[in-house]
Design a protein around this ligand. Structure first.
Ligand code: PGA
Length: 254
């Protein structure tokens, strides 16, 4: 059975305790919108507080270390975020890859650390504008993802999601065309089936991210093989985030 659409807010480096009211408002509405799975990834500092507020939504982190514990100043392990209440972690976001030099191999090591403590994963991938203009977007993304995903899922396919986020669409107000999103998601699906087999690879949700807003969400979520959205800027207020959740609900009802 297909999983519910998954709408995930990525607050990035935004949010202090004053934003807990937004999380609460999102959570209370999500209780009435059960056809969609809703989640938020606040900064590390708010994971526990959002977890305590949340009755319905999933709470996760935006990164974790590949290491178990030890002398790694400033890093946070998968077990620590789970202890704070996180149920999932976003890994391989382009802002980590580009801003912190994270390699595909490091991201794979992080996926394995997160799976080992029972977390769900959202593994991100996406091409630059230059790569797309050169006609190499699909090959680039498939190669990037192939090297970033965990080797085995061992029955954990419901715990893995992939997020396709073209870098040129993140925070820019530009989005990929519905046709390009569908083509990329089909290429990602083929990789997942090849790697994990028909059943496991066929059930992993593939989210689209990059300037998803209430007014474009319906078109993007309706594209072939799109199982949800990873939302940055528009997840910072309950009003705009719930507009995207509502678009997913409407599509379910259509
Ligand atoms: P955006 O960010 O919605 O602000 O473009 C998406 C993301 O980076 O996850």
């Amino acid at each position: 059975m297909a999983l519910r659409p998954y709408i995930v807010g990525n607050w990035k480096m935004n949010g202090t305790r004053s934003m807990l009211a937004e999380a609460r408002a999102i959570d209370r509405s999500a209780q009435r919108l059960m056809k969609v799975e809703v989640a938020l990834a606040p900064p590390f500092t708010l994971i526990h507080a959002v977890h305590k507020e949340a009755e319905q939504i999933g709470v996760g982190a935006q990164d974790c270390s590949a290491e178990l514990d030890g002398a790694f100043t400033g890093d946070v392990s998968a077990a620590m975020i789970a202890d704070a209440g996180a149920k999932f972690v976003i890994l391989g976001h382009s802002e980590r890859r580009q801003g912190h030099g994270e390699s595909d191999a490091l991201i794979r090591a992080k996926t394995e650390a997160a799976l080992a403590v029972g977390l769900k994963l959202i593994v991100c991938c996406g091409e630059t504008e230059q790569t797309r203009d050169a006609g190499q977007a699909e090959q680039f993304v498939v190669d990037q993802l192939a090297a970033s995903l965990p080797e085995l899922l061992d029955g954990a396919s419901e715990r893995l999601s992939v997020a396709y986020e073209p870098i040129w669409a993140i925070g820019t107000g530009r989005t990929a065309s519905v046709a390009d999103v569908a083509a990329m998601h089909r290429a990602i699906r083929a990789l997942l089936v090849d790697r994990y087999g028909d059943e496991e690879g066929g059930s992993v949700r593939i989210l689209y991210g990059g300037s998803v807003k209430p007014d474009n969400a319906r078109d993007l979520l309706g594209a072939d093989e799109v199982g949800g959205a990873l939302v940055g800027g528009a997840s910072l207020t309950a009003e705009s985030f719930l507009g995207i959740v509502m678009a997913a609900v409407d599509l379910q009802d259509a």
